[in-house]
Design a protein around this ligand. Structure first.
Ligand code: NAD
Length: 325
């Protein structure tokens, strides 16, 4: 039985806590929130002791896993505190964004880099909730790529509403690895989520594009990813569950899958919890570990730097080196 402590009495936290608590191999044994009302509600929901600070939680509890479901604007200090105390941690995405998840800047990287370095040296388990990896349609696309059904990959085309932004980047990196460089149109000084048109290239010559906005809505799916190979091309769309594969240069479906349940998004969270618990039992890395969290942030840092410099090509390795110091 994996004993978990939940840090957060807010909606996302309670949802994750519930998923781990309902799993046959895990239970929430303590909760923590600095907000007294939210703490009281979380204590009642799980029927467990509650603490108003991480210091008190650490002093009172011996757990296997911390579910630290706090916001990207304040994720890194408690993460470092927990790692320093020898705790395994599962958290939400993106890893760090002091101006919020739609406005990750290169300045966010050195803040997170300290936590990543400490985690790499620690031998502890640390993972991030890239739960879209557990949606069936995105898994089908991933399997097509890694099992070679698309042939040699030539091109990637993606777009997303900003609500899915960290996830669409993770999907691209999970399927394709880090591109070598990005070149970006957009003005990071715009208010709110600044509009982004990203071009990128991988070391093996694959080319790609990703566009992001929150001015467009969900009507035409909040995200889409198409991967084009020299034998076949495939696309996964949306949060309900939609996936299609066709032979190259044809318009007939070779495979078409639509979710029967109609909500892949909801089911992806308990599947991620299950993946984390299985990794704890098997002593393996979490389904999306600290490297996945870091790589997504490096990509965003490079996007930010390129856009600030009129779309100049920015090498991700340079951004990573600058952040790691
Ligand atoms: N994976 C997905 O599809 C998905 C969907 C929606 C949201 N999210 C992410 O989930 C996260 C939700 O975070 P939030 O906005 O609820 O977080 P938040 O920072 O508001 O914190 C949640 C709760 O934790 C408490 N808290 C925060 N830091 C604490 C500390 N150091 N000690 C004690 N208590 C502390 C706060 O009082 C709050 O009640 C965001 O990062 C968001 O991006 C992910």
């Amino acid at each position: 039985m994996i004993k978990c402590a939940l840090i957060s009495g807010r909606g996302m936290g309670l949802m994750h806590g519930g998923n781990f608590h309902n799993h046959p191999d895990a239970e929430v044994v303590a909760v923590c929130d600095m907000d007294p009302e939210l703490l009281a509600a979380a204590k009642e929901k799980f029927g467990v002791p509650g603490y108003s600070s991480i210091e008190e939680l650490l002093a009172a509890c011996d757990v296997d896993l911390m579910l630290m479901i706090v916001n990207e604007t304040r994720r890194i200090p408690p993460l470092r505190q927990l790692l320093a105390a020898g705790q395994n941690v599962f958290t939400e995405k993106p890893l760090c964004g002091l101006e919020g998840q739609f406005r990750v800047r290169e300045d966010d990287l050195p803040i997170a880099a300290a936590a990543i370095s400490e985690w790499r040296d620690s031998g502890l388990k640390f993972g991030i909730d890239f739960n879209y990896r557990f949606m069936t349609h995105f898994r089908k696309l991933h399997d097509d790529i890694v099992e070679g059904r698309l042939g040699e990959i030539r091109m990637v085309r993606a777009r997303a509403h900003f609500n899915c932004w960290s996830h669409v980047i993770d999907q691209i990196l999970w399927n394709m690895g880090q591109p070598e460089w990005v070149s970006v149109m957009g003005d990071p000084n715009q208010e709110g989520g600044w509009q982004r048109m990203i071009q990128m290239q991988w070391a093996n010559g694959v080319i790609g594009s990703l566009a992001g906005s929150n001015l467009w809505g969900y009507d035409d799916h909040p995200l889409r990813i198409m991967i084009v190979g020299d034998e076949r091309y495939a696309e996964a769309r949306g949060l309900e569950g939609w996936y299609r594969r066709r032979e190259a240069n044809t318009s007939e479906d070779e495979a078409l899958w639509e979710s029967e349940e109609g909500n892949s998004y909801q089911t992806s969270f308990p599947r991620m919890a299950d993946g984390v618990i299985k990794a704890m039992h098997a002593n393996e890395s979490f389904p999306a570990d600290g490297e996945a969290a870091w790589n997504e942030l490096v990509f965003e840092g490079a996007v930010h730097r390129s856009a600030l410099n009129n779309g100049e090509r920015v090498w991700l390795a340079d951004v990573e080196k600058a952040a790691m110091g």
